[in-house]
Structures are given as C-alpha cells and as structure tokens.
Design a protein around this ligand. Structure first.
Ligand SMILES: Cc1ncc(COP(=O)(O)O)c(C=O)c1O
Length: 402
C-alpha cells in the first residue's frame, strides 16, 4: 500500500549517468508498437533471436551436467577442465606468459570485476568511441571520468593513435580495445595493434582486449589477439560463449591474463578476492566450455557465410540511400552507418522508429565524434526482413522531417 507521508527512496548518485542505449531504445519502440506499428528489430546483438541456434553438443553438455547433479558451487575461478581448455585455446592463438584464467557470468562480469579491481575513483581508462557501452557504464559506477578515444571512420574505423597519444595522462591506468569492434564491425590492422602496445608499454597501461567477436571474421583469415604480439605488456583478453558459440543467455565468459608475472600478481590477487566474494559462475554452463572450444566448430563457418551475405546486402542497401553512407564491416554482425542529412541521430532514430517501426540504436549510445551522427544496424535477421527494413529506411530518409 502506498504511504504518502514517507519520502520516495533516493537511488545512489552513481546511477545518474548510467545509460545503455541498446536496451533504452526499447522504450521508444514500445511506444511505436502501442501506436500500432509492426516492429522490425535490428537493434540487439542476439543471434538466437533469429535463425541461429546453440550448437547441440553444447546443449547436450549442459543437460548432462544438470542430470548428473553438477549444480553445486564451482571453484571461484572456474572448473579446472574449462580453464585448461581456455588456456590451450589462448596458446593456440599465440598468447604467451599466461598468468591466470578465470570465468564469469558472461564476459560482462569478467570485465566489470577486472575494471573494479584495477581502478580507483578519479583514475582514467581510455575507451573506444564508438564502442560497446558496458565499459563507460562500469567506469561511471566506479567514479572514473569518461576518457574516450576516437576510431577514425575515414580509415575504416581504426583506433586513432594520435588521439590516444594526446589524451593519455598520469591518471590513465588502462586502454580498452574492442577488436573486432561493436558497433562498427571493424578489425584492427596489425600496425594499429602494435601502436597501441607501444603506447601501453611507454605509459604503463593495462590493455583490456575485448575479443568476443574474434571468430566472426566475414571473409578469409583470422583476427590477431593483441596479447599474442607482446610478452611485456599486461593484457586482459575477454571472450565467451555469447557470440560465436551462440549462447548469449548462457551467460558464460572468461578472461585470460597475460604479461609479466611479477607486475600482474597484485592485480590477479585483487581480482580473485572479488571472484571468491561472488562464489562462482554458473556451474552447469561451465561444462559447455570444453565442447565449445575443442568440439565441432562447423557452425561458425556456417554462421560466417550467412553473415557475409547479410553484411553485403546491408552495405549495398545503405550506401544506395542518399543521405547515408556506410563503411563495410569486416567482422561480427554490426554496421555503423553515418547520417549525412544534417539531422542528429537523437531525433532521426526516434522518428524512424515511430514512422516505420524499424528499430536501430542511435550512434550517441556508443559514442561518436562531435558533430557527426550515426546509428547501429544489427544485420542478424534473415534477408527478407533486412530488405524490408532498408526499403522503409530509404523511403523515410527521402521524406523531409515534418
Ligand atoms: C564488445 C562486447 N563485449 C562484451 C559483450 C558482453 O558479452 P557477454 O554476453 O559475454 O557478457 C558484448 C555483448 O554484446 C559486446 O558486444
């Protein structure tokens, strides 16, 4: 029952600046749906919402763990066989000087624990702009000021090394590299990775290497783990089951800590305090890690083939719309087209959703250079849905705002 004489409960100040555009835009979409619009969802990076399924050998491993009563607490850092499989996979990718491996409830938990263990209030972490908004949300919670560095659209969204250099200062503790990137789908060139390592070495930074999309290259070849290029720079590499292993709701991710043992020891200890305090990650799901990394990988090639066709369709359609332009993504399932009509994304996207039902996320939710406007498209849906969405988008862009 309401008690009018008691004051409302004030939340902590640290919540004031926390935004997560990917889900916040749902409120706008809901309004459009209530007004009778059919929605076309191109906003959430969840493959399982479309024609992608968790591979059966992972499902079977989890089911077996449940049937065999492996539902008790696990060791805080993770079950040994999963940690070994992650370590072996990292070594196969060329990562050396591995000092630690731990699992968490999603890459998200690992990232949050690592940032929390590293940063004091007021210290800085450089985050990519555009980039995945979890980092800025966690840093806002920790009282760390925003410190974005830009990716350069003109060079295929490569991190702008001059911008990083100019913004580094004595309070900077770490640099986040999302490679392949969300929301641009760009992949770092080797010389960019080397440039970042050089700056990290010179300024004693820890590199947070988010490689959750590393198996989803849309084309030939392989991405390079930044940790594989240096034994001296401390690197925390994050990955998990959410994307290439098609289980975002399984909430299972991991971190590989590599670099000089003596330098990393205190950070490792601090992270383990938090790992112990939260007991463990979801036990039955950890049993899917060995089959994921060591079992049949054929679903990944099938996924890359589907995504390559959807990427090509997306880039062709977007670049054919006057007023939009799109750098072709090299990996993952995101594109980050530019709005060149002069209208900011803050108004362009809510109008688009209200008038067409096409749901995409405004660029400001990921960060972008001041004076530019973008939005993120998720090209996971099958071709007929994408084609319909891009037809709507073209007709909408051709109309002048009322
Ligand atoms: C770059 C990036 N890092 C981390 C995550 C979160 O991953 P998880 O589902 O493992 O928590 C995402 C999810 O979209 C992402 O895009």
């Amino acid at each position: 029952m309401a008690s009018p004489q008691r004051p409302p409960i004030t939340p902590a100040k640290r919540t004031e600046h926390i935004k997560y555009a990917v889900r916040d835009i749902i409120l706008v979409a809901e309004q459009a749906r209530r007004a009778g619009r059919e929605l076309l969802y191109l906003n959430i990076g969840d493959p399982n919402k479309f024609d992608f399924e968790t591979p059966p050998h992972l499902v079977e491993a989890i089911y077996r763990a449940l049937r065999e009563n492996r539902t008790g607490y696990a060791p805080s850092e993770g079950i040994p066989e999963a940690l070994e499989a992650i370590r072996a996979d990292a070594e196969a990718r060329g990562i050396r000087e591995i000092q630690d491996v731990f699992v968490g409830n999603g890459g998200s938990e690992c990232i949050e624990l690592a940032l929390t263990s590293l940063c004091n209030e007021g210290e800085k972490v450089m985050t990519p702009s555009p980039g995945y908004p979890l980092y800025t949300a966690v840093l806002a919670k920790l009282g760390c000021p925003e410190n974005p560095y830009y990716l350069d659209e003109a060079s295929g969204w490569q991190p702008d090394l001059d911008d990083i250099r100019a913004k580094l200062d004595a309070r900077t503790r770490a640099i986040v590299l999302i490679n392949p990137n969300n929301p641009t789908g760009s992949v770092c060139e080797r010389k960019t990775l080397e440039g970042i390592l050089e700056l990290a070495a010179r300024h004693d930074l820890v590199v947070f290497a988010d490689e959750i999309y590393d198996r989803l290259l849309l084309g030939d070849g392989q991405t390079t783990s930044i940790a594989a290029l240096s034994r001296e720079v401390p690197v925390l590499t994050f990955n998990g089951l959410s994307k290439a292993y098609l289980g975002p709701g399984l909430r299972m991710g991991w971190c590989i800590m590599s670099g000089p043992a003596e330098r990393l020891a205190p950070l490792r200890e601090a992270i383990h305090k938090f790992l112990r305090a939260r007991l463990c990650a979801n036990t039955p799901i950890q049993h899917a890690i060995v089959p994921a990394l060591q079992g049949d990988q054929s679903h990944i090639d099938a996924m890359r083939r589907k995504l390559t066709a959807r990427r090509d369709l997306t880039v062709r359609a977007l670049n054919a719309i006057p007023g939009l332009s799109c750098v072709s993504p090299s990996a993952a399932f995101y594109a980050f087209p530019r709005i060149a009509t002069g209208e900011p994304d803050e108004t362009f996207i809510p109008r688009l959703i209200a008038e067409t039902g096409v749901v995409v996320v405004p660029g400001n939710g990921f960060g972008q250079r001041p004076g530019t406007a973008h939005f993120r498209v998720v090209f996971l849906p099958p071709e007929p849905i994408l084609e319909r969405a891009y037809r709507e988008l073209a007709a909408f862009t051709a109309r002048r705002p009322e």
